[in-house]
Write a protein of this length. Structure first.
Length: 231
């Protein structure tokens, strides 16, 4: 009986030791799990605070190309989406301005050629000024070509009459000669305000051989060659 009790006591002791070892192992694992993040945070903090400068320099050199590449991509995107449309719009505006200028100069030069090619140079500039002044005056169109080709209803004739008679006569295009080249030069200079006005504010003129009814209500500003100019 005593042997049986002894064996049972030893068995209980062994089970107790095994259970205590298991409990200790579980506690150790729990503590290690809790301490592991702390240990790694300390290691990282130590590395960044007192780590070797060569390692930091290596990280900087590794990250620098990435930053440069990212900058190139960003500015390429900005240039493609913002700057490039602005450049395109600027080119389009310049092209539109160039086309308008060419059209204006053609109409202005034709009016100078057909109205005053036999007049002195000052008379040609005066015709150009009247044409340009009408753009900004009331009761006139606001583009040069519309001014040149404008027509009005004439009650006495019962038809539309052109302000500049050559536009309704089916006149052939100007001949490419000295007179046309001078008309083009006068038109360009007047258009760009490169000369001092010779008939400031003038809106009308007529040939000296006639005296239209409307001239009685206008103030003459100059007589140049075969034309009288009025405000």
């Amino acid at each position: 009986m005593s042997n049986i009790l002894a064996v049972a006591g030893r068995a209980r002791g062994i089970r107790f030791l095994v259970l205590r070892q298991r409990v200790s192992s579980v506690r150790f694992n729990i503590m290690r799990a809790r301490l592991w993040p702390v240990v790694w945070r300390c290691r990282l903090a130590y590395y960044w605070l007192v780590g070797e400068k060569d390692n930091l320099a290596f990280l900087v050199m590794l990250g620098l190309p990435i930053l440069v590449l990212a900058g190139i991509v960003y500015f390429a995107y900005v240039d493609g989406t913002r700057i490039e449309p602005a450049r395109i719009q600027a080119v389009q505006r310049e092209a539109t301005h160039a086309r308008q200028r060419a059209t204006d100069l053609q109409c202005l030069a034709e009016n100078i050629y057909f109205e005053a090619r036999g007049e002195p140079l000052a008379g040609q500039y005066a015709v150009a000024e009247v044409t340009l002044n009408r753009r900004w005056a009331q009761n006139f169109p606001h583009t040069i070509c519309e001014v040149v080709h404008e027509s009005r209803w004439d009650p006495s004739r019962r038809r539309f009459v052109a302000d500049f008679s050559w536009t309704e006569l089916g006149t052939p295009p100007p001949q490419d000669g000295p007179a046309w080249k001078q008309a083009v030069a006068v038109a360009s200079a007047a258009y760009d305000d490169l000369v001092t006005p010779v008939v400031p504010g003038a809106l009308f003129y007529h040939a000296t051989r006639v005296r239209p009814a409307w001239s009685r209500n206008r103030r003459a500003v100059a007589t140049i060659g075969n034309h009288v100019f009025y405000r």
